[in-house]
Structure formats: structure tokens, C-alpha cells
Design a protein around this ligand. Sequence first.
Ligand SMILES: Cc1cc2nc3c(=O)[nH]c(=O)nc-3n(C[C@H](O)[C@H](O)[C@H](O)COP(=O)(O)O)c2cc1C
Length: 513
Amino acid sequence: MPYRSLRSFLERLERAGELVRVTEPVDPVLEMAALADRAAKQEGPALLFENPQAAAGSTPSSRAILPVAMNLFGTLRRTAWALSCEDLEEPAAELRALLHMAPPVSFWEKLMMLPKLGKLASYTPRHVGDGPVREIVDREPDLRSLPVLTTWPHDGGPFITLPQVVTRDPETGLRNVGMYRLQILGPRQLAMHWQLHKTATAHFRGYRKRGERMPVAIALGGDPALTYSASAPLPPGIDEYLFAGFLRKEGVPLVKCLTNDLEIPAEADIVIEGFVDPAAPLVREGPFGDHTGYYSLADDYPVLEVTCITRRGDAVYPATVVGPPPMEDLWLGKATERLFLPLLQTVFPEVVDMSFPAEGVFHNLCFVSIRKEFPGHAKKLMHGLWGSGQMANTKTLVVFDEDVDVQDHSQCAWRAFANVDARRDLVVVEGPVDVLDHAAPAFALGAKMGVDATRKWAEEGGREWPEPCVHPPDLLARMDALYQRLVPQAPPPRRPKIGPPPAASWSPRKGAA
Ligand SMILES: Cc1cc2nc3c(=O)[nH]c(=O)nc-3n(C[C@H](O)[C@H](O)[C@H](O)COP(=O)(O)O)c2cc1C
């Protein structure tokens, strides 16, 4: 059963002992973020702040302060629950099966075909006349009525951090839903931090070219699958609410906005409607303590003029704090890693697995294992990945053979340091990089590094290549049992999981079989 509201997800977490209600007054200015940071770092529970204590003077006293939910996605298990499954491998396997059913077309074409494939048609968004998000309508809105957090001391102000920002391509009419933070600048003004390479920025450029106002709607809460989908790197033209429908196994019910013609989830907790005037001057946005663990610098972004805020009577305001890893967004990234692996494998069938370590804050580091089939294969894959959607922003790509478990980051470090010759195995390319990369010499433009950490074949200049040291499994099992008898309190064995050696590299100097 999909969640009908954020509250129904919270109830599930509470039943499972994964929710803590915070009844003490806690300030949305810094205090909530510090507490949620502590919880996120320890894979602690979700937090429901029932008594947000408004920062002095920031909230009109006549308006209700809503409860705030944080650290909703703070563990792998909760993230799976948020996506209506027990294990992220379930929807990943389903995607893999669907993609195999489809005729052999390109990766993105396959994704486009999903709604046409059998039962997936029932996952497309449904249009409904009304919904709980309309229970309270405020046509004289004041953003300060929301308990919006200031998360780090040098932030430029309060930021909405878990939004679903709905826009539409003015040419094709296709919807996009993106997660872009939004800074409150005044009672009815939000700075829109959609970055240069993101879909909403392309839409903004389209409206500017046409000289038209850009309608925008921001949904908060509802089924957490909607929130996750806004963060998923789907290509332009693929509807995030369709993807959410696939995850929750039911089409997302949508209602029309009251003051523009976009559609928003009928079961969302809160919706902010408005328009961006592309002719209006840009506004200063930031600084903001970002997911890189550093402050992103202030820069110029478009401004949204808010026309209306609607919400449920029992709305909960969802928020996250990003910052030095690991943080809650690690698990949103993990969901993307698991769900997009089958999609990537349709284009790059040699990919066995991939992993984005927390320390790499998603775009700074990616480990990939491959079934290597020819000399230079790792380097070919690097270029392919850098040419695939948001993977273009991956600053460091390390490619391993299939016997390396890329989920074991300690093993990856050991193998990479051992297998790499700096002159032969590093690739440096130039191109677009993440907007938040403060090390890049120019804004959003810089260098990326590929590391070929595979065994080097003779054709690649490899000499005789040794195998890693591994005991036979039956001997290991016997000695583990003996050790357990000798040291009964011993924790489970800690040793790297090393797969069988890749066949092609087995005969030294011979290269591919
Ligand atoms: C918590 C969180 C906050 C994010 N904030 C931003 C942001 O402020 N600006 C941005 O461009 N992307 C941000 N992202 C990343 C985008 O949500 C992500 O790249 C998404 O795929 C963009 O969707 P799009 O391809 O439809 O533009 C954030 C992601 C998360 C998980």
C-alpha cells in the first residue's frame, strides 16, 4: 500500500520504533539541524519536532507552526520503506526485468517506453478533482508561517531543503520535478537554486526566450516516494511522478494548482504556488552549508513570487540538513545508485556494480567494477559514464575488475593503491563539473579524473600480475569455526570479499583469451 500522507509514513516508522517525537521546544534556527545531524551521523531514528520554537520575530504569531519531520531517509532500511519496499534491490530487479522485456533501443528510449509496458500504464499519474492538500488555502500567503530551517551558522537565511519543485517545459509541455533548495527572501519571495545543468534551469531559459512568466509549484511531503523521485537523476522528459508511481505501485493522484496551471500531488502536505518572471533581475542566493560539507558561495538565481500556499489540516513540514558526510542524503543517493544501476547496465553491460562512497558526496567519487574484455576497456567506460546524464559531474571515477567488491570501500582503497601506475592508469579530462565544486578553476567547468585500477594486461604494459591472497573457502570455514570455539566472543570475521579472478587476466602476459 502506498503512503497516503507523510503522517502515514511516520506512523509506520513509529510502529517500528524508528521515530522519536521531540516534545521539547527546539528552534528551527540551527538547533533542529544540529540534532538531526547527530541522528544522521549515527544512523539514528527519524525525528518529529512537535514543538518548533520559532526564532524570535520570524513568525507571525497568528499563524500555526507546523511540526517538522527530519532524518526520514536516515538509514538504508527507512529509505527502502520510504520507497514502499523492504530492500532497494526489489524495485531494482523489477526495473531490470522490465528493461529486458523492452526492444533493444537506447537507455533513455527504454525509460520513455516504461509507461507503455503492460501494468506500468497503471502507474501513470491520475488526475483527481480535489485532495487533502487543499484543506487549508491561504491566498494571502506568508512563507514565514512555515517552520523553515536555518541549518548552518553562516547560511544566508532559512532554506526549504526537501522540496519537489514542479515546472513544465514551455515547448513540449512535459513536466519536471526536481529537488532544489529554496531560500526564503521575504513573506512571498523564494530564491530558486536550480543549478546550471538541471532541468528546471532549461525550462527557465525556455520561458525567458518566449518572454513568458514561468509557473512553478513546490510540493512538500506526501508519500516519501515523491520526495525521493524529485532527487532522482531522470533525464528531461521522464516524469518524476511517473517514476514515483512505479515505486509506489499506484499512480500519483494529481490536482490542478489554484493560481497557475501546473499539477501537484493531491496528497502532499504543503504546496507553494507562484510564478518566476524571467525578465526580473536575479537575486543573491546563499551562502548555504551544502552537501559537500562546505558552504556553497552566494550566487545569482531567479526569484519566485508566491501566489498561494495550500496545505493539509494535519500537515507536517519535511526537512533535511546537508553537510559534512555522512548525512541523510547519503541514503537518497544510495537509492539512486541501486535503481539506476540496471538502467546504466543496459548501455554498459560490462558494469557489474557501482558505489558512491559517502565521503565522495555522490559526485566527487564513484567506484565501478567491470567484466574487462579488451585492453583499454576501463578507459572506454570512463568516457561513456562521463557522457551519461548527471554522471558527467563525477569528479573521480575508479574502475575495478569484477572480483573487487565495490561496496567494500576499504577493499577499493587497497586495490586501487596497489594496482595503479600514475603515468599509465590516470585519465584527466575537461568538461562540465558540479556547480558546487569549489576546487574547479572556473564555475561549473573543470577537470575530472579516471583511475584504471583493473589488472593491466600485457597489451596495456602490464608485467606478470599477481593474484590477491585468498584461502580456499572450505579451509576458511573450518578455521573460522575453530576460532569461534577458541574465542567465543569474537565478532564475525573481517576480511575483504574477493571474487574469483577474472578469467582473461589469469594467464600473465597473454592478455585476453
Ligand atoms: C537534499 C538534496 C538537496 C538538493 N539541492 C539541490 C539544489 O539546491 N540545486 C540543484 O540543482 N540540485 C539539488 N539537488 C540535486 C538534484 O535534486 C538532483 O540533481 C536531481 O536529479 C535534479 O533533477 P532534474 O534532473 O530534474 O533537474 C539536491 C538533492 C538533494 C538530495
